[in-house]
Design a protein around this ligand. Structure first.
Ligand code: NDP
Ligand code: OXD
Length: 309
């Protein structure tokens, strides 16, 4: 029985040892060294080159190295009958909550404005409202969105979330479905996108959505790059309708050097680091799922292929 691993981060011996610690009879192979494709029963990967998974006739299940599974569905040849598991993990949630809190505070306290003023040697105050009077909205109240909402509540922000179905998160106003999106946007001064990338969420951060936010709103996108229409964001920032944006994810990663977002004075960029799953926790989860798959049980954190997340 073998598992095929693929990641940008090269720590082959470490991954082999960590997986074998939990499943001693597992053979771990590293793409592109597939060996005999008939041997491969599991894949643990992020963005496996297209067509590879379809070429493995005995594949039983696939495990994402992260929370998102859009990289599987992007592959036109992905074998859609396979069970898919993703990462849901306390530490991953904590790291995302840190990122969200850090950047909400930056927008709340007008840090982008002071950064610009510092470059121009300008001393000019703008006082922020109390956190309880700052309305923050999270698109996506799943594992990560809920964690971020609770962290922001601890700082007393006025937090709401939007999801497909209604949620009960203490102190957080829940909006659900397309009918409640406009009301959610109208009350949101700092918007965070923590939606998974699906057909429905592609391009959601667009001109239409920005127009429904109040004047001066800021956005933070640690979701996925294709959820943002980049030119619409630049237009909304240049017109002054949006005050600032923090972006962690992009259509093309690494963000090409010539992309105008790099130099936009109202955009802050981080290189897809909002929250990276810790390898030891991913390996333990994958091992548990191998044991479950072997005994025909449902996987931990199994994804609904019809919803796409
Ligand atoms: P979850 O699946 O737990 O949550 C997704 C949320 O989005 C759910 O609340 C879901 O609603 C909602 N949602 C999905 N589609 C729609 C829709 N069409 N309309 C309204 N709401 C919708 O995902 P996670 O919280 O674990 O992760 C979210 C995403 O964050 C990942 O898919 C990934 O893209 C991104 N991510 C980015 C990282 C980074 O470092 N930048 C790190 C980790 C993740 P409902 O619950 O009602 O179904
Ligand atoms: C993830 C990511 O999906 O790192 O976990 O983007």
């Amino acid at each position: 029985m073998a598992l095929l691993f693929h990641s940008k981060i090269k720590r082959d011996d470490w991954w082999r040892a960590e997986l074998k610690k939990h499943v001693p009879d597992l053979e771990v192979r590293f793409y592109p060294d597939i060996g005999n494709p008939d041997d491969i029963e599991f894949a643990l990967c992020f963005a496996m080159p297209h067509g590879v998974l379809a070429s493995l006739p005995n594949l039983k299940a696939v495990f994402s190295l992260g929370a998102g599974v859009d990289h599987f569905f992007e592959d036109p040849e992905f074998p859609r009958h396979l069970p898919i598991a993703r990462v849901i993990d306390e530490e991953l949630t904590d790291r995302m909550s840190e990122y969200v809190l850090q950047h909400v505070l930056n927008h709340h306290r007008y840090q982008h404005r002071y950064d610009q003023q510092q470059r121009e040697h300008i001393w000019k105050e703008k006082h922020a409202p109390a956190a309880r009077n700052r309305k923050v909205g999270i698109l996506g109240l799943g594992a990560l969105g809920t964690g971020a909402a609770l962290t922001l509540k601890m700082m007393n922000f006025d937090v709401a979330g939007w999801s497909r179905s209604k949620k009960e998160v203490k102190g957080v106003e829940s909006f659900a479905g397309p009918d409640e999106l406009d009301a959610f946007l109208a009350r949101t001064e700092i918007l965070i996108c923590l939606l998974p990338l699906t057909e429905e969420t592609t391009g959601v951060l667009s001109r239409d959505l920005f127009a429904k936010l109040p004047e001066g709103a800021a956005i933070i996108n640690p979701g996925r790059g294709p959820q943002l229409v980049e030119q619409d964001l630049v237009d909304a920032l240049d017109s002054g309708h949006l005050s600032a944006a923090t972006l962690d994810v992009f259509h093309t990663e690494p963000l090409p050097k010539e992309n105008p977002l790099w130099a936009h004075p109202k955009v802050r960029i981080t290189p897809h680091v909002a929250s990276i799953a810790a390898p030891d926790r991913v390996a333990a989860l994958a091992a548990e799922n191998i044991l479950r798959a072997r005994s025909g049980e449902i996987l931990l954190n199994q994804v609904d292929p019809d919803k796409g997340y």
